[in-house]
Design a protein around this ligand. Structure first.
Ligand code: ATP
Ligand code: MG
Length: 482
């Protein structure tokens, strides 16, 4: 009996152990699967303990910082807050590039920052920030972001759309949480004025060495939170001459349509950064390849994707190549020219369509301009100061071949004449052969002095002369005797 009960007890104990082992091994397997799948997907996690690179082991010296950024760091520190230089400026200095701007992150709230600086203005609703203004330089101070626990309707700090897009991102947190909320590992590097060390939360230093753009966290979730990160991935890849990591690259084409949920004013800012980066041609090619360009300029992409659009593709690519050459040669570039070029073919197609519908040439052109500009504003809101310039460039294209009398001279005095002449050259350069003689004529005209210019106009063929208009003289009313 005793033996029997002992046996039973042993058997029961053994069963419990086996069951526990099975459960533990199942949990272990599950964990391995989760971690494994993250590794397979190449997910990068921001750690709670950063790797600290001490002053002696990095090449960042305070001389490379803007003195204003240093002032901001010390003022925050003296006010009792933590403050770090973060993001692009640290990344760029490590890569030997001069930073474009200096971003500061602190544990002071925007209101607390405002109390410390007289020259501070608070901006943004979706993402509240403090701008400290020093003449033309602005130091952007962000408060460390935390996780979104609530997505409730009435929550003033956090709000997400049904597609996972963060419509409000004002939950504040610790530096560890802030690092997780940053976009790419190379941008989650923090420089402290306390010890002059760099804190690396997500393997950013390693990624810089490997020249790899990788999102922190699950790529699809991070793109859904903010689809603009897809455009940023492209911009950093070309600017820094890096590769987008496979897991970061993979979801882009499928998620590209999410850009349709971004306010057009923000997309304008982002396209401008892409086009004025000195890498516009490379950005254009990569944006097209990944299906992002279509979401920004759908009517142009429709034209470019046709088989017989060799000329149009060359025109746009050449325009970006010229823009890069000007930027890299420190010459001025007007965004009006870029947007005029991007909408030129949709405009011409629309004008032709309206003419087919029986509208007179000039009216069709005018209507097409309004339609194309307002359709584009639904996607990319180009400010009026640039659309006005684009209109001028388009109008002048129509008038460049009317040169007789005072016309050439008057046209050459128009504020957008030089841009319009460059636009004509671009058309010829990309293969518009029938404009070649006209472009050569203008090139010569611009080289001549006043007498030479007058001679050129005189020598224009008969067909270029203005047609005499025969006006009927108004009949005078006979004077009436009073
Ligand atoms: P650059 O100034 O050269 O364009 P940057 O990396 O400094 O590059 P900013 O737009 O100035 O880019 O942003 C500063 C930092 O803020 C980034 O480095 C990144 O850490 C964070 N950040 C900016 N935009 C986002 C975003 N959409 N999602 C997550 N983090 C972002
Ligand atoms: Mg920056």
């Amino acid at each position: 009996m005793a033996f029997n009960s002992y046996n039973k007890w042993c058997y029961g104990w053994g069963l419990r152990v086996v069951r526990r082992v099975v459960i533990i091994s199942k949990i272990f397997k599950l964990c391995r699967q989760i971690v494994g799948s993250k590794q397979d997907k190449g997910t990068i996690e921001a750690k709670s303990q950063p790797q600290i690179i001490p002053r002696s082991e990095h090449n960042i010296s305070r001389k490379q910082f803007s003195p204003n950024a240093i002032k901001v760091l010390y003022r925050l520190k003296d006010g009792g807050y933590d403050a770090y230089l973060v993001g692009g400026c640290i990344r760029d200095i490590l890569l030997g590039i001069e930073p474009k701007d200096f971003d500061v992150v602190t544990n002071a709230t925007p209101e607390e920052v405002k109390r410390l600086f007289r020259n501070c203005r608070l901006i943004g609703r979706r993402f509240r920030l403090a701008h400290i203004v020093f003449g033309r330089e602005v130091i952007e101070v962000a408060t460390m972001r935390g996780h979104h626990l609530s997505t409730g309707e009435g929550d003033p700090t956090s709000k997400a759309s049904d597609q996972g897009q963060l419509l409000r991102d004002n939950v504040y947190g610790t530096i560890e949480e802030d690092a997780q909320r940053r976009d790419f590992s190379i941008n989650a590097l923090y420089y402290s004025i306390n010890d002059f060390g760099v804190r690396d939360f997500a393997g950013g230093i390693e990624a810089i060495k490997a020249r790899r753009i990788e999102l922190i966290g699950d790529p699809e979730t991070r793109y859904r939170e903010d689809p603009v990160r897809m455009l940023r991935a492209v911009r950093f890849a070309t600017k820094l001459d890096m590769e987008i990591a496979p897991a970061t690259l993979a979801p882009i084409t499928e998620l590209a349509p999410l850009l349709g949920n971004i306010p057009p004013a923000r997309l304008f800012e982002e396209t401008l950064k892409l086009f004025l980066s000195g890498k516009a041609e490379a950005n254009f090619l990569m944006l097209r390849e990944l299906g992002l360009f279509k979401e920004l300029f759908p009517s142009l992409e429709e034209i470019l994707s046709q088989d017989n659009s060799e000329f149009e593709r060359r025109f746009i690519q050449q325009m970006f190549a010229n823009t890069d050459a000007r930027i890299n040669g420190n010459k001025k570039v007007t965004p009006a020219f870029i947007y005029a070029a991007l909408l030129w073919f949709p405009l011409r197609n629309r004008a032709a369509l309206l003419q087919q519908q029986g509208i007179a040439e000039y009216d069709a052109f005018m209507q097409a301009i309004s339609q194309v500009l307002s359709e584009n504003a639904q996607r990319v809101a180009v400010p009026k100061r640039f659309t006005l310039g684009a209109r001028d460039i388009w109008h002048i294209q129509q008038r460049l071949d009317r040169r007789s009398g005072q016309r050439a001279y008057r046209l050459s005095l128009q504020p957008k004449f030089k841009a319009s002449y460059d636009f004509l050259l671009l058309r010829v350069e990309s293969g518009e052969a029938d404009q070649k003689t006209l472009a050569e004529w203008w090139t010569e005209y611009l080289k001549q002095d006043v007498t030479g210019q007058k001679d050129m106009v005189k020598n224009l063929g008969q067909k270029d002369r203005p047609k005499r208009r025969h006006r009927n003289k108004p009949k005078r009313k006979p004077k009436q005797d009073t």
